[in-house]
Ligand binder design. Structure first.
Ligand SMILES: [Zn+2]
Length: 163
């Protein structure tokens, strides 16, 4: 099922989320529902608070077929720095640049309850950080350097295409 997206400003987007203690069938269903909701909105990532759930769960898929389901994710290592443009399903029509490490290692649990670790670079690293920020009540606009008008997005992307 699709959930409505919580739109900024909303207190639900500003609270640190609770860790998941055990992976239940309900949680697995929630992961599916989050994915469906994300795709329905053409998103590349979604975090549980964006559908009103105060738990440390996020889904990321920047390349079709390469879905990451992150339960209790933490960044254990980060390196480098890059500035690139971000948007957010909870902040429609706002896009802007954020400076972030361009390489991260994320430790998380998958839907089987297995502890996993993934090393990510470039936009995937950025997407992980954006979603993990959500789980800490942070939004990209908090650290936005420069807002990019929606009608200039495409031009910006072309000029800054470095992956
Ligand atoms: Zn977001």
């Amino acid at each position: 099922m699709r959930y409505p997206i919580i739109i900024h400003p909303d207190d639900k987007l500003r609270q640190p989320c609770e860790p998941v203690e055990v992976v239940t069938d309900e949680l697995v269903q929630l992961l599916e529902d989050m994915y469906e909701t994300m795709l329905a909105h053409d998103g590349i990532g979604i975090a549980a608070p964006q559908i009103g759930k105060n738990i440390q769960v996020a889904v990321v898929e920047i390349e079709e077929g390469d879905r990451f389901e992150l339960i209790n994710p933490v960044i254990v290592k980060s390196a480098g720095s890059d500035i690139d443009v971000e948007g957010c399903l909870s902040i429609p029509h706002v896009y802007g640049t954020v400076e972030r490490p361009d390489e991260v290692t994320v430790r998380y649990f998958d839907r089987e309850g297995e502890e996993m670790e993934v090393q990510a670079y470039g936009y995937l690293a950025r997407a992980f950080q954006h979603e993990i920020d959500h789980l800490n009540g942070k939004l990209f606009i908090d650290s936005m350097l420069e807002q990019i008008p929606e009608d200039e997005l495409e031009t910006y992307m072309e000029e800054h295409d470095h992956d």
